[in-house]
Design a protein around this ligand. Structure first.
Ligand code: PHE
Length: 347
């Protein structure tokens, strides 16, 4: 059998030594292109097979030589590749001993906590939550609520007008007017939280902007007892298990009879203390039975349907509930106040 290996030996040794000297993957690629690709110098040697008498022996010698080259190539390739990865890892090493970025954790404003709590309490009693526009038409803020153009009750709310016919709503009762209009004479059971606006001299207990939750139930056989029971349950869940409510007669144009609602003082349980100014009771909201005119204007027959409504200030409830002394604190975004408050609740 002919020995063809000398034909390949020189080039094989040259290529292997080049491979061994290669310092980068790029060097290896260059070698591959120059010698080992189809048109590469080494591959071209195969053409000599035409002159060989023993083609099988020639092929074997070529393959042996190629295998030596490939084995060297593969070992070197793996090594250089690993080196490259290790180098990259070293470059990108993260120093875990560096101090981290300190993100300040926010806290929920007590206003929103209480708003959510009020909503939860009423939703658990089957109410749905409705909202409405803050800039509204005279019709919804006043007219449909039995407050015609010349009614003195308009003055009481020191309204902020946008133009002759539209204004910043002075109470969330406007939402009830929208909902009644849309309900087409069907029963209603809703609460309507939202911002309200009145011209006011801001002080510890007054703000030109504050929020209310309006409640409205309209159905057959709704009476004042239903209103009292509902508000008592609300007071028990919001303030204290043994809370009681007291009605004092009052006046609102859209309710008849109208009442001012007090809750028994949860600080002293009715004995009299600074929180309740010694009376044992704290005023929390206005309410009443929906006025027949209001029912009529929105398409309800007062002989068949009756209803109750109430309006409670969210900030007022939050101030009582958490002993907050100044209404302006809700709007100042002072993180120290908000955090302090959150701690108090979590403890
Ligand atoms: N809208 C009244 C106010 O803003 C509150 C209220 C609502 C009273 C519903 C009675 C019934 O003062």
């Amino acid at each position: 059998m002919e020995n063809y290996s000398p034909i390949f030996k020189d080039l094989e040794e040259k290529i292997v030594s080049l491979i061994l000297e290669a310092k980068t993957l790029e060097d290896l690629t260059e070698i591959k292109n120059k010698y080992l690709s189809k048109k590469g110098e080494f591959s071209q040697l195969m053409n000599k097979i035409r002159e060989a008498s023993d083609k099988k022996a020639f092929g074997e010698a070529f393959n042996n030589s190629r295998k030596v080259i490939e084995d060297n190539y593969n070992v070197k390739f793996t090594k250089l590749n690993e080196d490259k990865i290790n180098e990259k890892l070293k470059e990108e090493e993260i120093d875990i001993t560096l101090p981290g970025n300190n993100y300040h954790r926010g806290a929920e404003n007590p206003f929103y906590k209480v708003k959510k709590e009020i909503e939860d309490i009423f939703v658990s009693m089957g109410y749905t939550v409705e909202t409405g526009p803050e800039v509204d038409l005279d019709k919804y803020v006043f007219e449909l609520l039995n407050i015609p153009k010349d009614h003195p009750a308009r003055d009481m709310q020191d309204t902020l007008y946008i133009d002759n016919n539209s204004l910043l709503r002075s109470h969330t009762s406007s939402i009830q007017a929208h909902v009644m209009e849309k309900a087409n004479g069907k029963p209603i059971k809703i609460i309507c939280p939202g911002k309200t606006y009145r011209r006011d001299d801001d002080d510890m207990t007054h703000s030109h902007q504050f929020a209310q939750v309006e409640g409205l139930v309209i159905d057959k056989n709704i009476n004042l007892g239903n209103l009292k029971g509902t508000l008592e349950l609300f007071a028990k869940k919001m303030f204290s298990k043994d809370a009681k409510v007291r009605f004092r007669s009052s006046y609102f144009p859209f309710t008849e009879p109208s009442v001012e609602v007090d809750v028994s003082c949860f600080a002293c349980h009715g004995k009299g203390c600074p929180t309740c100014k010694g009376t044992g009771w704290i005023e929390i909201l206005g309410a009443g039975m929906v006025h027949p005119n209001v029912l009529k204007m929105s398409g309800y027959d007062p002989a068949i349907y009756s209803g109750f409504a109430f309006g409670v200030g969210i900030e007022r409830v939050a101030m009582l509930r958490y002993g907050i002394d100044d209404i302006r604190r809700f709007y100042q975004s002072d993180i120290r106040f908000i955090e302090e408050f959150n701690k108090k609740v979590e403890d």
